[in-house]
Design a protein around this ligand. Structure first.
Ligand code: 1GP
Length: 234
């Protein structure tokens, strides 16, 4: 992930529970042909204990791999860096700072690049795994001003990027109204993900102001989506 570029970036999210070595190798081959910019690795649960193996496969490319941890057990020193998520849309102290205290000494000893990230859940239709697991209420989809002020507060606190999250496999992705309202308030890079499953949605997010779009489920479900991504003009 390059925080200092104006180039629109596409990141592929790999959930270790939803892939295996064989499937991942194929995904990575296609993703490289599609010229994706970097990879995120993480999920709500880790049932398979295969995090290091997954990262090692992706590291065969020249691209950076960042941890996108669902909880502090998902730290691997094999990655290049970590999105250190603070769930600023919620009021769960553990996810705002508690888990970070526990992870701090481990991160200090690692060589991981730490990207402090204001993580914001946006309501997206039905309840998502991330909302349930985090025990937090997402920001209502029709309240762009709340989203904008939350992101602004995150920037003022010194966070390096904001991630607008509809939730993995979300019914509705983050709307262009929310993306625009947030983008207008902040000067740090804006990441958008959750429920993006068409080229139109990617282009809409970029046009509204997303600097990075994250795709997970759509590629898990159909690897051919990467052939379409390849054709996007960025
Ligand atoms: C989830 O934003 C990411 O945390 C990606 O979501 O799996 O719906 O693409 P999808």
């Amino acid at each position: 992930m390059n925080l200092n570029t104006s180039k629109k970036q596409i990141a592929v999210l790999i959930d270790p529970d939803k892939t295996d070595a064989k499937k991942l190798v194929k995904t990575i081959q296609q993703a490289e042909l599609a010229k994706v910019d970097f990879y995120l690795v993480g999920g709500s649960l880790l049932l398979k204990n295969n995090l290091d193996e997954i990262i090692a496969i992706i590291k065969k490319t020249a691209k950076k791999v960042y941890l996108f941890p669902g909880n502090p057990s998902q730290i691997s020193t094999k990655a290049d860096g970590i999105l250190l998520l603070s769930l600023i849309s919620g009021r769960n102290a553990e996810l705002l700072i508690g888990n970070h205290v526990l992870a701090a000494p481990i991160l200090k000893q690692s060589k991981l690049t730490i990207i402090s990230t204001g993580y914001m859940l946006i309501e997206s239709g039905t309840q998502t795994t991330v909302s349930y697991i985090s025990n937090t209420t997402p920001i209502p989809a029709n309240k762009p001003a709340i989203a904008a002020c939350t992101a602004l507060a995150g920037e003022q606190l010194g966070l390096k990027t904001i991630y607008l999250e509809a939730g993995s496999g979300a019914q509705n992705s983050v709307s262009k109204e929310i993306i625009k309202a947030v983008k207008k308030q902040i000067n740090i890079p804006l990441i958008v993900g959750g429920g993006i499953r068409s080229i139109e949605q990617i282009e809409t997010a970029f046009l509204a102001g997303a600097d990075v779009v994250v795709i997970g489920t759509a590629i898990e479900n159909d690897i051919k989506f990467l052939e379409e991504i390849k054709r996007i003009n960025r």
